[in-house]
Design a protein around this ligand. Structure first.
Ligand code: FES
Ligand SMILES: [Fe+2]
Length: 340
């Protein structure tokens, strides 16, 4: 079991058209192309003949043609040489699928399923990807603790002066880690309050569940009136996938949805989608900028002084190691003391 045994959303379906695309995942380069009937082919971005980069080639009559000597590949990796017609070879093709507006990829034959999204009552807001110059563990650390939200985030987050009031509960199973945070929403501009249907000082709940095949987190975010306890208008449901590009870079693939309680609200979400999408985008960019500027991006926890919000870091690492990377549980992650 390893990284390639899980499905990853590697490129937006809309970006994969006539031209092949080169991507990177888990430190390896791959080419993706649309072959006969729009079927997607994926294989290492290296011609089996003399190692030309296949993503420099072109698709001709449903086959990917290498730009060096013209060998042609179908989506299963079968290749032939026009100059030596009896010579037939096979490249190692990966499984592909299209779902949620993205192309997904995994090692052929690996037993894995593409995550389903539970979206009854939710409206689509946006799907986009971001490259973060930091390793997977360090990026997931940021996306599963809320202590950074008062200072790093623009709009969604807790009030720094009331951070001590924020309650954080961690629940774990063998294959998930859930963090539920509740506390006072920080000051937010009027326009964001109107668009997002919340008020400064509301009780803001962040309920996050992280899965590890592949590594992704489902975020549920909602606000309650601090006096009456009534839930505000909107709930965000956001899925963030963490694709390890190589040891130093992680790609975030973000799918955002908003709950529509009425048909009128659903219509309004559609109408204001670019603005709602911008709100989500601003928050993600805040994280990307902070992660880009860290003084040390090593995933090593030792040497850090961890707080009560950081319990999740070691739990995530354990599961990344055992479920996602398929490494021996005997080399369990050791976590420095956590301050209560
Ligand atoms: S290197 Fe690709 S055809 Fe020769
Ligand atoms: Fe964040």
């Amino acid at each position: 079991m390893g990284v390639f045994d899980h499905w990853h959303p590697v490129v937006a379906s809309s970006k994969l058209r006539q031209k092949p695309i080169g991507i990177m995942l888990g430190g390896k380069e791959f080419v993706l192309f649309r072959g006969a009937g729009g079927k997607i082919g994926a294989m290492e971005d290296c011609c089996v003949h003399r190692r030309a980069r296949l993503s420099r080639g072109s698709v001709i009559n449903g086959k990917l043609q290498c730009s060096y000597h013209g060998w042609q590949y179908d989506t299963t990796g079968q290749a032939e040489s026009p100059g030596t017609p009896k010579l037939r070879v096979c490249a190692h093709a990966f499984d592909t699928a299209e779902k949620h507006g993205y192309v997904w990829m995994k090692r052929a034959g690996a037993q894995a399923v593409i995550p389903e999204f539970d979206l009854a009552g939710y409206e689509y807001v946006c799907a986009r990807d971001y490259m973060v110059p930091a390793p997977l563990e360090v990026v997931l650390d940021n996306f599963t603790e809320v202590e950074h939200t008062p200072t790093t985030h623009a709009n969604f987050g807790y009030d720094l002066s009331k951070m001590a009031e924020v309650r954080t509960t961690v629940e774990q199973s063998t294959d998930t880690v859930r963090v539920i945070n509740t506390g006072p929403q920080k000051k937010t501009p009027w326009v964001v309050q109107q668009l997002a249907g919340l008020k400064t000082g509301d009780i803001f709940t962040d309920d996050w569940v992280t899965y590890f095949s592949p590594v992704y987190t489902q975020y549920e975010q909602f606000w309650n009136d601090p006096k009456t306890g009534a839930e505000r208008r909107d709930r965000y449901r956001i899925y963030v996938f963490f694709n390890p590009i190589d040891q130093d870079r992680t790609e975030l693939v973000v799918f955002a949805y908003l709950r529509a309680r009425t048909a009128a609200r659903a219509a309004f979400i559609k109408l204001t989608r670019p603005l709602l999408s911008l709100i989500v985008h601003i928050e993600i960019v805040c994280d990307v900028k902070m992660l880009s500027s860290l003084a040390d991006k090593s995933p090593e926890l030792h040497g850090m002084k961890l707080s009560r919000f950081d319990r999740v870091l070691g739990l995530n690492r354990d599961r990344i190691q055992s479920i996602y990377r398929g490494e021996s549980p005997t080399s369990s992650v050791s976590v420095p003391t956590i301050q209560a």
